[in-house]
Write a protein that binds this ligand. Structure first.
Ligand SMILES: [Zn+2]
Length: 701
């Protein structure tokens, strides 16, 4: 595995680069040498790279940002300057703006609420936000909505620098000139090529004009290091930032705006570049039209030994193992499709375009999609469709943790007991049959599968014992990985064992391992969370209105530090959740019936391939029923009614997003119609699950 990592991360290999193409060819050639059917599938996408970029403090004193990561002699690839992408945020609009600077903390909705209370507007200003608390693309998106004309994003040492430990190359954390590159495309609107939403970006695809592409930012944005951020932040005047806003720089954090003025300039080449996905197919012998899909991206921002190569190397090793099994006569029942995606970093380009291009076939054939993105040392982390929770728990029970020799499941359970925040959580960790998996929002290549087509998905990787601050910098390389992360690649092997075991088990199962009791229990929790959200808002508004009437805000405000008191708001109405409650009951009934039919079992070999195919088709289609063809409000590309990235959080999942966001944004009529829409989807799902149970009952012992 070390040899794969050293080869793939030897040189910078971002989308469209020479070494990215070279890697794609080497991957497919290697797979063919192993006797596998591998090919490169190419799409053509908009990919901006900067030709001019600068950040200058113009008043009260002058400072020109360096915007160059330092080379360290001890780290051989950190000096590959002519192949490294400069530090920038991809899909920032071009611009040249000069304006007063305002510090907005993480630049998320809560931060702007507080700014309002302080009476500070960012209108006409350039904001500086720190990385963290949201997906980065949210920061310029919100700033633009609030009237800002430019956005800087910097890495505060509190998040991933010296506050946490020694900085690179002495330790794993971000050095002073280190910069986090990254995409700021508005992916909660739609990911993938900005010019071809909803269709594959093939050579002759119909393309939008760049001006029509809604996922490019509204205002120019650039990322900077903390060495470059400090002179800017320390020149701010005005209100001292509240405690939660303070980072770890040796300055007094202030908000501004004052006399500090910044000029921000970015101009890009807006080129169409090739995206080269490597696709490997192992045909199924019994159910060739049922596909088990597995993926990890191969492109990086720079060398990317951790992100993504550590995960891609595991995928390679899985394929090598299959090639050995095939030589020994193994014939998987289902078709196995392995994907090494290109262009993930810029906007999930390779996976989104592939899914869009093959949508019709995938809707029919895809059983599930298993993703990884990068890997490290520590504990197994899994998120995904709750209908696969039992299945992946069973896999985790059979994989050995290389450090403790416990199963990775047991180690994960004990970690949850240790880290439980409440007695209830601790009890659940001890007593629940399965460890819960998180729901998927967005942030990696599973997005198009689960959110656009309703294909069940899992995302997995090891980590938690190898913190660091090299994310999306030139220091995410072989030197860093072999000194500070999974230094001997044992967790690389463990990831290959985990994902490989999952793939083989599903590929060869008679009945696909979907189970719905955990799903229905979890959806019931999601519904309770919605009620809780609404109740919380009602309580909060009531209390605030009362305090306004009592004069609390005017009496406690320091007249020398003006604050804007909150205004009286209408208390949210009660909503009718009954349709959802009933649908979840139906779902629970269907799920229980399926579970007991499965338990009764049947003599092995007693079912014909055709009867198995019929049951499995129902299981596959049950997941598709969570999709609504109309999609979510304002972003119809996102069609899954249970899982979606938040419109203002990006990575963070919004479960039952249509209802939740309608409540959050106080659109009450819409919340009720969304409740009905989700209830209908769940009821339909309950129906198909019961029908699969009935099929099973027919052949039970
Ligand atoms: Zn990645």
């Amino acid at each position: 595995m070390g040899s794969y990592v050293r080869r793939l991360a030897a040189r910078p290999h971002h989308v469209g680069s020479a070494y990215s193409r070279d890697n794609a060819e080497w991957l497919s050639t290697t797979f063919r040498q192993w006797g596998l059917d591998a090919r490169i599938e190419t799409f053509h996408v908009l990919f901006p790279t900067p030709k001019e970029r600068s950040v200058e403090l113009t008043e009260p004193k002058k400072y020109k940002a360096l915007m160059q990561e330092a080379t360290f002699g001890i780290d051989p690839t950190s000096g590959q300057r002519n192949e490294q992408l400069p530090t920038y945020n991809a899909y920032s609009i071009d611009g040249d703006v000069t304006a007063p600077l305002v510090y907005v903390n993480y630049g998320i909705p809560e931060d702007y609420e507080l700014l309002e209370r302080f009476g500070i507007s960012v209108k006409g200003c350039i904001v500086i936000a720190r990385y963290g608390a949201s997906w980065r693309g949210i920061k310029p998106k919100l700033a633009a909505e609030k009237g800002a004309i430019g956005c800087l994003i910097y890495s505060d040492p509190k998040e991933d620098g010296y506050y946490n430990g020694d900085v690179f190359p002495d330790g794993p954390w971000r050095p002073k000139d280190g910069v986090q590159r990254g995409s700021v495309m508005d992916m909660p609107l739609y990911p993938g090529d900005p010019l071809t939403p909803g269709v594959g970006a093939t050579q002759d695809a119909k393309r939008l004009d760049i001006k029509e592409a809604r996922t490019i930012t509204q205002i120019p944005v650039l990322p900077i290091s903390y060495a470059d951020a400090q002179p800017l932040l320390s020149s701010l005047t005005g209100i001292v930032a509240p405690e939660g806003w303070r980072g770890a720089l040796p300055i007094t954090y202030k908000i501004g705006p004052g006399s500090a003025k910044v000029r921000l300039r970015i101009k890009s080449n807006w080129d169409i570049k090739p995206v080269n996905d490597v696709i490997v197919t192992i045909p199924g012998s019994v159910f060739p039209d049922e596909w088990i899909i597995r993926g990890n991206h191969h492109d990086a921002w720079v060398n990317g030994a951790q992100d993504p190569v550590s995960g891609a190397a595991a995928e390679m090793e899985e394929l090598r193992a299959y090639s050995e099994l095939l030589k020994k006569g193994w014939k998987p029942k289902r078709t196995i499709v392995y994907c090494l995606w290109d262009g993930e970093e810029e906007g999930l380009l390779g996976s989104t375009e592939w899914v869009e291009a093959h949508a019709n076939e995938l809707k029919q054939k895809a059983v599930l999609y298993i993703n990884s993105d990068s890997n490290g040392r520590g504990f197994l982390g899994v998120s995904g469709s709750h209908s696969l929770e039992k299945f992946i728990n069973a896999v985790a029970r059979d994989i050995e943790d290389p450090e403790t020799k416990l199963s990775v499941w047991k180690r994960g359970q004990l970690q949850r007991i240790a880290g439980a925040r409440s007695t209830e959580d601790r009890q659940e960790a001890r007593n629940r049959e399965d460890l819960r998996i998180g729901a998927l929002g967005s942030g990696s290549d599973y997005t198009a599968f689960i959110d656009h087509l309703g294909i069940a998905a899992l995302d997995m990787g090891y980590g938690g014992e190898d913190g660091g601050g090299i994310y999306h910098s030139i220091y995410d390389d072989v030197y860093w990985y072999t000194h500070f992360s999974d230094t001997d690649f044992t967790y690389g092997r463990t990831l290959a064992q985990t994902a490989g075991t999952a793939v083989i088990r599903i590929a060869d199962a008679d009945i696909l391992p979907f189970q719905f009791t955990n799903f229905s229990e979890t959806v019931r929790q999601y519904v309770e969370e919605l009620k809780h959200l609404l109740n919380g808002m009602q309580e909060q508004y009531k209390e605030r209105n009362r305090q306004i009437a009592e004069g609390v805000f005017t009496a406690t405000a320091d007249p020398k530090e003006p604050r804007v008191p909150p205004t009286v708001k209408e208390i949210p109405p009660h909503l009718n959740f009954t349709p959802l409650d009933n649908a979840v009951d139906e779902l629970a009934k269907g799920s229980d019936r399926y579970a007991s039919a499965l338990k009764k079992g049947s003599p092995s070999g007693s079912r014909s391939a055709e009867s198995l195919r019929q049951i499995n088709q129902k299981l596959i289609q049950s997941e598709r029923l969570l999709i609504s063809p109309d999609g979510l409000r304002d972003r119809p590309w996102f069609k899954n009614l249970i899982y979606a990235p938040g419109f203002y959080t990006g990575y963070g999942v919004k479960t039952i997003p249509g209802v939740r966001e309608a409540i959050e944004q106080e659109r009450w009529k819409e919340a009720e119609s969304e409740i009905v829409r989700v209830a209908a989807a769940l009821t339909a799902q309950a129906g198909i699950i019961s029908s699969a149970a009935a099929d099973l009952e027919k052949t039970a012992r």
